[in-house]
Ligand binder design. Structure first.
Ligand code: TRP
Length: 356
């Protein structure tokens, strides 16, 4: 158990999260999880599991959503999220978030929400057509509430989430303007100083905003079957990396280092000198084949994942489930204290204080 020396200055708050939709993959790692593990040293971190958002497309699968919630937390812990330093928030355990969603939804025009490009993409990718629930688009407003309930300064996310962060920033400004009298011309950084309740948070994209899947074309994603999971074995990693398609056949022909394989080289080979050397030889067609590079990439990914696999096995062993449930329970109390404080102040600002 590591603990930071007590300091009088409050640490900057960070909030981010995942929808529990299955196992985490290395695209999640480079896009966001890696950032979280790093940030938990110096920031007051809240990491949220958006299990209520899973219901917006899978309301008929409560048991799967419950087990996905536990699984994602095990993956987080395995990846190095430290429950002694960061607070884990299971969304459904924090009722203030749901009420905040209601209040914020009045401050966003319906058509503004429906124009959100991330939402539109999802409707496409998931093939939801015109069959999606009334609640589905509401999750984007819910995400604003997830964030603002904790009043963070930073929200580390993958590139695809920036549209949501932008909407969150808009609704926070509008809340401060509508209910706290903040002049709309106030710069974002001055909102709290000007009397606003909600700081305007900033998105922070990981070092690889969008990792291509092993198919070499689409973004890595569970639903596309092109992912390398944090729990994959050495053999599975090798087999999957071997599938990365570049179209190159002649190892003496100049290669394109913007291809999918080289995105993996730059993302996972840790020695920058080695990365530069591989790029140089590949570009020149200096007798370096894709197969050789794939072996090196697979080894690098295996080195990254191997300690995670070990930690994950501990949580899967007997007693692991109890540890995880215990974390959820104790952390929910902390999360509720913060979110209830935000909601209380929001209600005050909205003149919803009849019983006081
Ligand atoms: N929508 C995010 C995703 O699918 C998960 C999420 C829910 C989230 N609430 C959040 C991310 C708040 C950041 C902040 O990845």
């Amino acid at each position: 158990m590591r603990s930071k020396s007590a300091s009088s200055a409050p640490r900057t708050r960070v909030l981010t999260g995942d929808t529990p939709s299955g196992r985490l993959h290395i695209g999640h790692w480079v896009g966001s999880i890696e950032n979280r593990v790093r940030l938990q040293d110096d920031y007051e971190c809240y990491f949220l599991i958006a299990n209520l958002h899973a219901f917006t497309t899978r309301a008929d699968q409560p048991a799967e959503i419950a087990s996905d919630t536990i699984e994602i937390l095990k993956d987080w812990l395995a990846a190095g999220i430290d429950p002694d330093r960061a607070t884990v928030v299971v969304q459904s355990e924090v009722p203030a978030i749901t009420e905040i969603t209601w209040h914020l939804s009045m401050l966003l025009p319906f058509n503004r929400v429906m124009r959100n490009p991330t939402l539109k993409d999802e409707l496409d990718v998931k093939g939801l057509g015109d069959k999606y629930s009334f609640g589905f688009p509401l999750y984007a407003v819910g995400q604003c509430a997830d964030i603002l309930a904790f009043r963070p300064a930073l929200v580390p996310v993958g590139e695809d989430q920036l549209a949501h962060i932008e909407m969150c920033r808009e609704v926070a400004r509008r809340f401060n303007h509508t209910y706290c009298g903040v002049d709309p011309a106030t710069p974002d950084a001055k909102h709290v100083e000007a009397g606003g309740l909600l700081p305007i948070p900033e998105g922070l994209v990981g070092r690889v905003g969008r990792l291509v899947g092993i198919d070499g074309t689409q973004k890595m994603s569970k639903s596309l079957g092109n992912a390398i999971y944090l729990t994959d074995s050495t053999t599975q990693i090798k087999r999957k990396v071997a599938q990365i398609y570049t179209g190159r056949v002649d190892m003496n022909a100049p290669g394109d280092t913007q291809n999918a394989l080289f995105q993996y080289v730059r993302s996972f080979v840790t020695d920058p000198a080695r990365v530069a050397e591989l790029e140089d030889r590949y570009r020149r067609g200096d007798a370096i084949g894709d197969g050789h590079i794939k072996v090196e990439v697979a080894a690098a990914i295996d080195t990254l994942l191997s300690p995670m696999r070990e930690r994950r096995a501990q949580y899967d062993a007997s007693g692991g489930e109890d540890i995880v449930l215990d974390i959820i329970r104790t952390h929910a109390a902390r999360a509720n204290a913060v979110a209830a404080e935000t909601l209380g102040a929001m209600r005050e600002a909205m003149k919803l204080r009849f019983t006081r």
